[in-house]
Design a protein around this ligand. Sequence first.
Ligand SMILES: Nc1nc2c(ncn2[C@@H]2O[C@H](COP(=O)(O)OP(=O)(O)O)[C@@H](O)[C@H]2O)c(=O)[nH]1
Ligand SMILES: [Mg+2]
Length: 326
Amino acid sequence: MEQNTVPDLEEILQGNRRAVAKAITLLESTRPDSLQQGQALLESLLPHAGKSLRIGITGVPGVGKSTFIEAFGLYLIEQGKRVAVLAVDPSSPITGGSIMGDKTRMSELALHPQAFIRPSPSSGMLGGVARKTRETVLICEAAGYDIIIVETVGVGQSETLVASMVDLFLLLMLPNAGDELQGIKKGVLELADLVVINKSDGIQESLAITAQAEYRKALHLLSPAKTSWTPQILRSSALEKRGMDTIWESVNDYQNALQKSGEWLEQRQAQTGKWLWSLVEEALLNDFQKHPALHDLIPVLETAVSSGKILPTTAAAQLLESWQSR
Ligand SMILES: Nc1nc2c(ncn2[C@@H]2O[C@H](COP(=O)(O)OP(=O)(O)O)[C@@H](O)[C@H]2O)c(=O)[nH]1
Ligand SMILES: [Mg+2]
């Protein structure tokens, strides 16, 4: 394997995109020496991180996430912001995540000097992908990106994970309200701070207006994700680049409301706390499963449990006992 070079700290802080890309590559490496260098680099970047607005974006494939991020990203750049786009997509490690395949839909943003686009890390397991994305957020912040967009495709637990690493979670929806309301997982709707009905253009515009009314009704039935904010239902046409101003206004209102109530900082603190414990859990579980004292016992007990010979409670107690007396 090729040795990873350590990028220059100053170059990252100056926002040099090549240095940023190098830092991310270093952190994604699994080589032990690179891991250490990556962690050291991250520590030194930490005092410069944390100042961005982190936005998570999700929605079913085809809803227009890539097109929306292109339109919204360019709008933000017009407002004087620097924008980084990251992805959490454990489903396609080979293609390099959703963003790579969609670079054509983000062609202008991808080339813009004020933007940085990075596909999903391809380490496979969702937990690992999420951890690397969290670290990438910190690097991008140290490099001076004001807005970090984390895109995810709606698969499994990825929305929950992305929601746990951003300040604001935006759900994109299609205009055909009836079907969509059936299809969307209630849990995902509950994570959303902003719901944007996209493709509100042409013949679909009237459908989108109806959908907006429907979602406003439906949202009352759900418990809001934040105490100092009521989720807003908005519309956009990512294709025609319309609705971006209203969405940005709503994002600002959201940030003001949460900062005023203290919920902004509370959420950030809760997120880093959870991040810490998820790392501990992951490492412990890894140790546990790989420990020689348990290596042979685990499959035996698993079989005994799945065939109904012993209770999971009994098996767990036995495993823990072997672990403690290892
Ligand atoms: N009419 C219309 N089409 C859109 C809009 N946004 C995206 N599309 C189209 O929907 C398709 C899927 O868009 P894409 O951005 O790739 O969706 P993703 O899979 O969620 O990333 C593409 O053909 C887009 O051109 C929109 O606002 N209006
Ligand atoms: Mg896409």
